[in-house]
Design a protein around this ligand. Structure first.
Ligand code: C5P
Length: 213
């Protein structure tokens, strides 16, 4: 794959409370190892680690120090990317199929920016104070996953624009859209969920057992 894969892995996993997720073990492997395996066909893999974290040995990737936010970590990785196409992937999503990567890459190559999305199964509301509020039609909403694919030059421009404007965001597609470029949607996968809460771990362990079976 002629693509630079950028893995922001510099978070401290505060909501999970088990230290940096990059080093969290699921199915006998760290989340970082899962991510590197998912992108082992990539020409270049760059990883942002928490400042001061030990650099893992024997893994095929270039490691650097992350920033104070995810956005800053991705900015640093972007500066080092050497190929015209990038995939940005959160280390907290270990279960990334080759089909998912293929869909994102194909759409990103064709359009310049593409992200995987999924419909939401629950009823969604905007609470009124402490109480039930207006229902937000779930058909109108999608949840956004990674990997997200972009022309490297476009994402660099989007990050520069965000720095200038002081925008602070949770994913990269938002920045590209803020710049005025459309972002294509491809079908996401439930298995590519983000490990966030302690309850996610038993689910991840179960998935790890069947993932490569
Ligand atoms: O905290 P959140 O779930 O939004 O983090 C998403 C991703 O961003 C994680 O993979 C995390 O390691 C990464 N991150 C980072 N640098 C930070 C904060 C988060 O690379 N300063």
């Amino acid at each position: 794959m002629e693509v630079s894969v950028l893995i922001p892995a510099a978070g401290n996993g505060e909501r999970l409370g088990l230290g940096p997720k990059a080093f969290l073990r699921v199915g006998g492997k760290t989340l970082l190892e899962w991510a590197l395996e998912a992108f082992k066909g990539a020409a270049e893999v760059l990883v942002a680690l928490p400042p001061g974290a030990p650099v893992p040995k024997g893994l095929r990737a270039t490691f650097m120090e992350g920033g104070r936010t995810r956005q800053e970590s991705v900015s640093r990785l972007l500066e080092a990317a050497s190929l015209p196409l990038v995939l940005v992937h959160d280390v907290a999503r270990p279960f990334v199929s080759q089909r998912l990567v293929g869909r994102v890459l194909e759409a990103a190559r064709a359009t310049g920016a593409a992200v995987p999305v999924l419909p939401l199964p629950d009823t969604l509301i905007r609470p009124e104070g402490e109480g039930y509020g207006e229902v937000v039609p779930r058909e109108a909403l999608r949840l956004v996953q990674t990997p997200q694919g972009f022309f490297t030059a476009l994402l660099r421009e989007a990050h520069a624009y965000a720095r200038k404007r002081g925008l602070s965001v949770t994913d990269d597609a938002q920045l590209v859209r803020a710049l005025g470029y459309p972002v294509a949607l491809v079908e996401g996968e439930r298995a590519a969920f983000k490990i966030t809460y302690p309850e996610d771990l038993p689910l991840a362990e179960a998935l790890a057992r069947v993932w490569n079976a």
